[in-house]
Design a protein around this ligand. Structure first.
Ligand code: BGC
Length: 396
């Protein structure tokens, strides 16, 4: 597989952008947030002039990983990953009390990325990330998850925050609604996402609703139903002012720009025009616009440095041979794409490969999935080292 010229050029820009020298005068007198309330809006790209924050939680995971690496060159590269902006996932209620401290470490020239990820009956079409909240627990989701998060964000108006809202949830309702578990979850997903969008619609926040990836809602027959599904939830939330569009490729493996796309020459390739994320952002973006929803995007490039690894496009679990991708940057070359970001913290597992575990999903046992792998979200040292070794562009 060969990257297109565009992509190589973007990678060069990105490296320059991310490793630009910090403003010396701001070091040493860093304080929490800005001096005045931050005012963002869905009408503007919040990443312009604001670097994605490298949060201390991921930093501590990476620093522990560095200690465990014996090869000095690899350890040196690994240490640099701690400085790369990465989203922090709020995947259970018990994580909520840690948000305030993370917000307080964000300087004014940065933006904190958080993932809202705790819908009742989460991960309805898979097993690895089934959540702590059972189907039907919408009141708990509202009162014990979204409301306390809102309280913390309201109390910290001087910090810019980007939210990715509920990865995989609405896309599952579009393509996996034949599963009983997704049917049972559907109303809770729609109402839960709408509630999150309403309550987290705050001046210092910009929100992106998750839209899966090109190999998911990008199929010809999924484009319009997908756009309608997302747009109807956006409208049910009252078309919030801080809503900017979608997140794509979250925890995914697709290239930003690759011709031909990895699966383009498959027999059914003709039924999907979104063979890379750039084409997905553009084509699905047009469907969103037609459905009446804001359509800017952020794209997770955290683990998409290497292509040609998956047996099938839908394979999502700990893909063997993967590498870190382009670090966060606004140099995307695409008007609709606000930024490349790292959403999935590289080194955290997608799911266990232990067949006897309750949350074992068969995708994590496929030949193209790295084994052994720990539970979803747990640190996966060998996978982290592989991402580092295969990073494209290299981490240096
Ligand atoms: C897991 C979460 C974790 C997230 C980021 C998901 O697959 O279910 O627990 O926070 O990945 O690693």
């Amino acid at each position: 597989m060969k990257y297109s010229l565009t992509c190589a050029a973007l990678a060069a820009f990105a490296v320059h952008n991310v490793f630009a020298a910090p403003n010396i005068s701001s070091i040493g007198k860093r304080q929490a947030g800005c001096e005045a309330p931050v005012e963002l809006s869905g009408a503007e790209n919040p990443f312009v002039g604001r670097k994605l924050h490298a949060n201390s939680f991921y930093r501590s995971e990476v620093e522990a990983a560095v200690e465990a690496i014996t090869d000095p060159a690899l350890a040196e590269a690994a240490a640099k990953v701690a400085d790369i902006g990465t989203f922090r996932w709020i995947d259970k209620r018990e994580v909520i009390p840690t948000i305030d401290a993370v917000i307080k470490e964000v300087p004014c020239e940065e933006i904190l990325g958080l993932v809202i990820y705790n819908l009742p009956g989460r991960d309805c079409a898979a097993k690895a990330s089934n959540g702590e909240l059972p189907v039907g627990a919408l009141d708990v989701y509202k009162a014990e998850y979204i409301d306390p998060i809102r309280e913390i964000l309201v109390a910290n108006p001087n910090t810019a925050i980007a939210l990715v809202i509920e990865p995989d949830s609405l896309p599952n309702l579009v393509t996996n609604i034949d599963l009983q578990s997704c049917q049972d979850s559907a109303e809770g997903y729609r109402q839960g996402v709408a509630y999150a969008l309403e309550q987290l619609n705050l001046p210092n926040v910009v929100m992106y609703m998750d839209a899966g990836h090109g190999g998911w809602l990008g199929w010809d027959e999924n484009l319009e139903p997908g756009a309608e599904e997302l747009a109807s939830v956006y409208k049910a939330a009252g078309s919030p002012s801080q809503f900017r569009g979608i997140s794509t490729n979250v925890a995914g493996w697709n290239a930003w720009s690759l011709t031909p796309g990895e699966f383009e020459n498959d027999p059914d390739g003709q039924y999907n025009q979104c063979q890379d994320e750039q084409r997905y952002v553009t084509i699905f973006g047009a469907a969103l616009e037609a459905a009446g929803m804001p359509n800017h995007a952020i794209v997770d490039t955290g683990r998409n440095g290497v292509q040609g690894l998956r047996e099938e496009w839908g394979h999502w679990c700990n893909v063997d041979g993967a590498g870190f991708g382009v670090p966060p940057t606004t140099e995307t070359g695409e008007e609709l794409c606000d930024a490349f970001v790292w959403v999935k913290p590289g080194g955290e597992s997608d799911g266990t490969s232990d067949e006897t575990a309750e949350r074992f999903d068969e995708f994590c046992g496929y030949p193209d999935a790295f084994k052994p792998s720990p539970e979803a979200g747990s640190w996966h040292q060998a996978f982290f080292e592989m991402l580092l070794t295969n990073a494209n562009p290299p981490i240096a």
